[in-house]
Design a protein around this ligand. Structure first.
Ligand code: AN0
Ligand code: CP
Length: 315
C-alpha cells in the first residue's frame, strides 16, 4: 500500500478487520517491525485524537515519530501553483514536501477542505501534492473529502458492539454553529457501503452529500423515521455540499436527544469527536451507557496501527 486515502486502498475489509482485531488484542506483537523507520505527521489543522493515536500506533510498531504543525512550527506553505510568492507564505509545498520525504519512510498528512473552492477540495489538491512529490507512502489524517482512519476505527467499533449480523446504522446530520467539512460523513458512508450494514442517512433538505458517496444509499429526510429500529446512531455535522461550505440550517430540532434515542433498538451512540454538547447531542445521550464515543476514539490507535503495519510490510 503506497497510499491510504480511501476504503479501496486497503483491500478486503474482512481480512483487514481480522488483522485489526489481532493488533487490538496484542498491540506490541510487531514492536520491532518499525525499528529505525520514521514517520512524519504533518498537520495543517488542529487535532487531538489523530495526532496522539497515530503517534501511539507508530510507537507500538517501534517507529520514530516526528510531528510538524505547519501553522505553528514551520514556514507557512504556499499551495497554489504558478503564483508570484509575494504573500505571507515563504515556502512552496513543491519544495517542502520532497524535503520532508528525505527525512522519513512514511508521511501522514491532515489538510482539511478549504470549504471555499469545491473543485480544489474535491480534487484533493493538497494531499495529492504529497503523493506526487514526497517519494514515500502517504497516509491521510483527514483530507478535504475523507477521513479514512476515522471511518476504519468506526467500522472496528461497530464490529465490536454489534449484536446482529447486519445492524442498522444511521448517519444523522446535527446542528453546529460553524461550517465543517463533509469529509467525516463522506468517508463514513464510503466505508459503511463496503461493510455488512443497513445504512440510512438522515439530514435536512439542502444537506445532501455528493452523489459520488451516496449513490445507492437510502436517504430519509424525517429524522425520527430514520431512527426507528436503529442499532447505531452516528451523529455528525457537515456544511452544505450544494451551497458549498455554507451553514444554511442550525435547527436544534436535529440535536440527538433521549426522546429520539428511545425510538431506536437500544442503539449505541457514536461520534468521531470533538463534539459540541447540546448542539450535536444532549448531555443525557453522550453521558448514557449507550454512548461508545470513548471506545470509538480508542480504536483510532487500532486503525492507524493496522494501516502503518501494512505500509511497513509492503514497502
Ligand atoms: C473536523 C471535521 O468536522 O472535519 C474534524 C473532525 C474529526 N471537526 C471540526 O473541525 C470541529
Ligand atoms: N476524530 C478526530 O479525528 O479527532 P481530532 O480532530 O482531534 O484528530
Amino acid at each position: 500500500m503506497k497510499r491510504f486515502l480511501k476504503v479501496n486502498d486497503i483491500g478486503d475489509l474482512s481480512k483487514v478487520l481480522k488483522e485489526a482485531k489481532e493488533l487490538k488484542e496484542n498491540p506490541l506483537k510487531y514492536n520491532q517491525l518499525g525499528k529505525n523507520k520514521t514517520i512524519v505527521l504533518v498537520f495543517f489543522n488542529s487535532s487531538l485524537r489523530t495526532r496522539l493515536s497515530t503517534q501511539k500506533a507508530a510507537m507500538n510498531l517501534g517507529m520514530n515519530v516526528m510531528v510538524l504543525d505547519v501553522n505553528k512550527d514551520s514556514w507557512k506553505l504556499e499551495t497554489e501553483l504558478g503564483v508570484i510568492m509575494d504573500s505571507d507564505k515563504p515556502e512552496h509545498i513543491k519544495e517542502a514536501v520532497p524535503v520532508i520525504g528525505q527525512y522519513c519512510d512514511i508521511i501522514g498528512v491532515r489538510a482539511f477542505a478549504s470549504l471555499t473552492n469545491k473543485n480544489d477540495d474535491y480534487s484533493e489538491k493538497i494531499i495529492q501534492q504529497f503523493i506526487d512529490y514526497s517519494g514515500v507512502p502517504v497516509i491521510s489524517l483527514e483530507s478535504a473529502t475523507r477521513h479514512p482512519l476515522q471511518s476504519f476505527a468506526d467500522l472496528i467499533t461497530i464490529e465490536q458492539y454489534k449484536t446482529k449480523e447486519r445492524p442498522k446504522v444511521v448517519l444523522t446530520w446535527a446542528p453546529h454553529p460553524r461550517p465543517l467539512p463533509q469529509a467525516v460523513a463522506n468517508s463514513f458512508v464510503e466505508w459503511m457501503k463496503n461493510a455488512n450494514v443497513d445504512l440510512v442517512i438522515t439530514h435536512p433538505e439542502g444537506y445532501e452529500l455528493s452523489e459520488e458517496f451516496t449513490s445507492r444509499v437510502k436517504i430519509e429526510y424525517d429524522q425520527k423515521k430514520a431512527f426507528k429500529d436503529a442499532d447505531f446512531i452516528y451523529a455528525k455535522n457537515w456544511s452544505s455540499f450544494n451551497d458549498y461550505g455554507q451553514v444554511t440550517n442550525k435547527d436544534k430540532n436535529w440535536t440527538v436527544n433521549e426522546e429520539k434515542m428511545a425510538l431506536t433498538n437500544n442503539a449505541k451512540f457514536m461520534h468521531c469527536l470533538p463534539v459540541r454538547r447540546n448542539m450535536i447531542v444532549t448531555d443525557g445521550v453522550i453521558d448514557s451507557k449507550n454512548s461508545i464515543v470513548i471506545e470509538e476514539a480508542a480504536n483510532r490507535v487500532v486503525s492507524a496501527q493496522t494501516v502503518i503495519k501494512r505500509m511497513l510490510e509492503e514497502n
